[in-house]
Design a protein around this ligand. Structure first.
Ligand code: ATP
Ligand code: MG
Length: 486
């Protein structure tokens, strides 16, 4: 089945990109795609052509000056996970013009061949990989460029063939070549690979696209199973969420409730008796943490295990209940979950899932008393159910409730849990740097959630992992998708 595309726009075929640029490239535009080696230019170009052919029935021409046809189709087939040499009936065609041994042919011959092929196929898409290699392949580079500009310009506009010119930017150079900047392109896309805390991260920038309002210029992307751009994180409320199906645990591990996260954790989830830190960076909304921990709570509850939560300061028990019961139902939540909270005269405290702190600003109590209230509630919950439970301890609330929440208290909790075999999840924020340091030094598993270009990324400090993008996904029971950035 062919997809829908507006007359004036050409779908880029890049997952996530079209909605960011009003539906696609303007039809018949000339787009520069620039980047250092290995940034994904060839993958972008090939995906543009293959998706165009398969999803929209548009023929495409790929002009290669760097890699030969076999290498290209082999690599791209591997990336997309299927053999692109096998053609399906009714789809458009992608013709690869191999000019890797171009020197014998003159420039005019090459351009003629491209023009001929585009005309013969009535191609709607053209990729030249790369313009840099093309310009270098001929004896007189400056003259060659002028000709290329003119002829390509005509080709694109007269035949309505949307064209991507790939431009190689040497490593270490931030600038697109000076001659290229003079080039009147309708759009410019820059691909980058960067180092983030010792890990690979990829970024796409769209500094210019004719006739298109671009609200944000930079986004993260991955080359995992093709080129995919990540939209900024937003945790939209889900109307009719898919049913959450719990995962059965093992003798040694608790499932996280998110299949791919269990893999990241080594295959089976969190080791029993472990204490985990989630360190939230600047500008990280709590939603991003919720996306990762709520499926874990749900998984515990659906396996008839207990959950006890010391929420972050901005959340009350009702918020936790609303989120988690959307996975489990309210009845199960009320039976298996306990949430610590301050007494509030405006709220009905007489709920099965509420455990009340004493207010240190009102009552003259030893802060550690309050911590003991939580311990007591946790012990009651797990002995009533006869099973291990999961704890969420937010550092900001601990700092407030238990003023003397020191490294020795954390140390004792970690040691006690090694024997008790619960799952303890600690959360830290930028507002509590000292406590974050103590958590990070003491806890055996340490994940960070950071914001970049509006996307939320997750990665392990201990154990060290690559970076994953966190994305809400209503179509899945766990309602979150973690995609590796590779
Ligand atoms: N199957 C795959 N899965 C994930 N990533 C892959 C796969 N195949 C290649 N890559 C990644 O894609 C990158 C290369 O992509 P691509 O060939 O599109 O880059 P490029 O910008 O065209 O590079 P160059 O300038 O050298 O031609 C590599 O860095 C590699 O890490
Ligand atoms: Mg390439």
């Amino acid at each position: 089945m062919l997809g829908f595309m507006s007359e004036s726009r050409v779908s880029t075929g890049i997952d996530g990109l079209d909605p960011l640029i009003e539906g696609g490239f303007p039809r018949g535009s000339l787009v520069l795609l620039a980047g250092n080696p290995g940034t994904g230019k060839t993958i972008f170009g090939m995906q543009f052509l293959y998706r165009g052919a398969e999803d929209y029935g548009e023929n495409g021409v790929y002009v290669s000056f760097a890699e030969n046809e076999d290498t290209i189709t082999h690599n791209i087939s591997r990336l997309f996970g299927r053999d692109l040499r096998k053609k399906e009936e009714g789809n458009g065609k992608v013709k690869i013009l191999d000019f890797t041994t171009v020197t014998e042919k003159g420039l005019s011959t090459v351009l003629e061949m491209i023009l001929e092929e585009v005309t013969r196929l009535k191609a709607k898409r053209l990729v030249i990989d790369s313009f840099s290699a093309m310009a270098q392949a001929f004896k007189e580079p400056i003259e060659a460029r002028i000709i290329i500009h003119n002829i390509l310009g005509k080709l694109v506009r007269q035949l309505g063939c949307t064209t991507i010119l790939i431009v190689e930017v040497p490593t270490g150079s931030e600038k697109i070549g000076a001659s290229i900047e003079e080039f009147v392109a309708d759009g410019v896309i820059v691909l980058r690979r960067d180092n983030y805390d010792g890990r690979l991260i990829r970024e796409i920038e769209i500094p210019k696209l004719r006739g298109t309002k671009i609200e944000q210029q930079r986004f993260l992307f991955t080359l995992n199973r093709g080129f995919q751009v990540f939209l900024p994180f937003s945790n939209k409320k889900v109307e009719n969420p898919k049913k959450f199906e719990p995962t059965r645990g093992t003798k040694t591990h608790y499932p996280s409730g998110i299949p791919e996260f269990d893999e990241i954790l080594g295959g089976e989830g969190y080791p029993r008796g472990c204490s985990v830190l989630y360190e939230l960076g600047e500008n990280v909304p709590v939603d991003a943490l919720d996306a990762v921990v709520n499926p874990t709570f749900a998984n515990f509850i659906m396996r008839n295990r207990g959950v006890i939560v010391i929420p972050i300061i901005e959340y009350g028990p009702e918020d936790i209940r609303k989120m988690v019961s959307s996975f489990t139902g309210e009845e199960k939540f009320d039976e298996f979950a306990r949430v610590m909270t301050f007494p509030n005269p405006l709220m009905d405290m007489n709920k099965p899932y509420i455990v009340v702190w004493q207010d240190p600003t009102v009552e003259d109590i030893d802060p550690i008393e309050n911590f003991n209230r939580y311990i007591q509630a946790a012990v009651e919950l797990s002995s009533r159910l006869g099973k291990n439970i999961v704890h969420l301890l937010s550092g900001d609330s601990l700092a407030y409730v238990v003023e003397r929440f020191t490294s020795s208290v954390i140390g004792r909790s970690v040691i006690a849990n090694r024997l008790g075999k619960d799952l303890m999840i600690y959360v830290s924020k930028p507002s509590i740097p000292e406590m974050t340091k103590v958590f990070a030094d003491t806890l055996s598993i340490h994940f960070k959630i950071e914001e970049r270009n509006g996307s939320m990324i997750l990665y392990g400090k201990k154990p060290k992992t690559i970076i994953y993008n966190i994305e809400p996904d209503a179509s899945r029971g766990c309602r979150v998708k973690l995609t590796p950035i590779v």
